[in-house]
Design a protein around this ligand. Structure first.
Ligand SMILES: NC(=O)c1ccc[n+]([C@@H]2O[C@H](COP(=O)([O-])OP(=O)(O)OC[C@H]3O[C@@H](n4cnc5c(N)ncnc54)[C@H](O)[C@@H]3O)[C@@H](O)[C@H]2O)c1
Length: 332
């Protein structure tokens, strides 16, 4: 069987979350890994069996070619994207990239244009699109009267990575984390008509509850309007310490409530029945499997979040950030 030859760029937390799944794929092999942090790249080499271990993406691209690699998987922090993608494109390498794909929307537009010109397969880490529970919601919605209220929430604490402490390096919680639910809204309801958002700071005290440079919002609320009388309220919070509310969506239809508990279960309630459906698959594995299969076969339909579509979610998240700054509604 032909195996897809993969290069890994960035061997931190998210790469390690994909690792077990990647190792289970019998049609892919990791041949090269790169990370400026020595212990991470060495551990990645050991854990994947990759013989080629590089300092960073430049080192990897300078020493590999389309003869030795088919695709790269990019797991670096949001502000580390420079020519990481454009060099892959120039070399004819397909790529998977984690969200948010960059903090620089001009760079993202360039990446999209170049990758489309080259006809490359791209995939972005919106893992929830591959989740069985989201498939159920997507199939259920057209069976009911269109419209209604959606409440979405991602409320928790502050992730441990250094770059999450500053809005300039993570984009804020909506851009970095709750973009999953934001993207899910687009996946379920199509393109938005408008967004209005507010944010607040002051609960998390820099140097006490977070690192001294903490300057991101403690919480934000975005109101997003879609066609067909759908209005979503998406809340994000990172100040919560001990007890936390359910994260996910509560979708209220005229005759049904879909209560999606983030990556765990879906409670469907009607006048007569309540069903609790547990997640039955690993959506990150499904996402990686789809990427590998798509590149090997050329079947793009397997990819549920190509770069161009993911970029629309990133732009929506940035539009919400702009609304937080200006206090104005952004219309599309
Ligand atoms: N899809 C998801 O559910 C999900 C979950 C967590 C994180 N993420 C995303 O994954 C990305 C990575 O997050 P993380 O938690 O792994 O961060 P991390 O800080 O743990 O790891 C990033 C790694 O990239 C390395 N790196 C930086 N520049 C590099 C370069 N030029 N070449 C090679 N390596 C380089 C860093 O040294 C670091 O080890 C972020 O964009 C984050 O938002 C996605």
């Amino acid at each position: 069987m032909k195996k897809l030859r993969l290069g890994i760029i960035g061997c931190g937390g998210r790469f390690n979350a994909h690792l077990n799944g990647l190792l289970q794929l019998d049609n892919a092999e990791i041949v090269a890994v790169a990370d400026p942090i020595e212990e991470r790249r060495i551990a990645a080499g050991k854990n994947t069996g990759a013989k080629k271990i590089y300092h960073d993406h430049t080192d990897l691209y300078n020493n590999e070619s389309r003869d030795t690699l088919d695709a790269v998987m990019i797991f670096i922090e949001p502000t580390a994207h420079t020519d990481t993608e454009t060099r892959a494109i120039d070399m004819g390498l397909h790529f998977f990239i984690e969200k948010p794909m960059t903090m620089d929307l001009e760079l993202a537009d360039t990446v999209l244009k170049k990758s489309e010109e080259k006809g490359l397969i791209t995939s972005v880490g919106f893992q929830d699109r591959y989740l069985d529970l989201i498939d159920i919601i997507k199939a259920e919605l057209p069976k009911h009267k269109q419209g209604g209220l959606v409440y979405g929430a991602w409320v928790g604490g502050i992730p441990g990575v250094w770059w999450w402490q500053k809005k300039s390096t993570c984009g804020g919680q909506l851009v970095e984390q709750n973009i999953h639910l934001l993207d899910g809204l687009r996946y379920l309801y199509g393109e938005p008509l408008s967004v209005y958002a507010t944010c607040s700071r002051g609960m998390v005290v820099p140097g006490v509850d977070a690192s001294p440079e903490y300057d991101t919002d403690d919480h934000s609320t975005a109101v997003i309007r879609f066609k067909n009388n759908v209005t979503a309220t998406l809340v994000s919070g990172c100040y919560s310490k001990t007890v936390r509310p359910n994260c996910g969506y509560v979708i209220t239809l005229d005759d049904m409530i879909l209560d999606y508990r983030l990556r765990n279960n879906l409670i469907i309630t009607t006048q007569t029945v309540t069903r609790d459906i547990k997640r039955s698959m690993d959506q990150t594995f499904a996402l990686d499997q789809a990427f590998v299969q798509a590149v090997l076969t050329g079947d793009r339909s397997l990819i549920r979040s190509p770069y161009g579509d993911a970029l629309k979610s990133l732009k929506l998240a940035f539009a919400a950030n702009k609304s937080m700054e200006t206090g104005e509604v952004i219309y599309f």
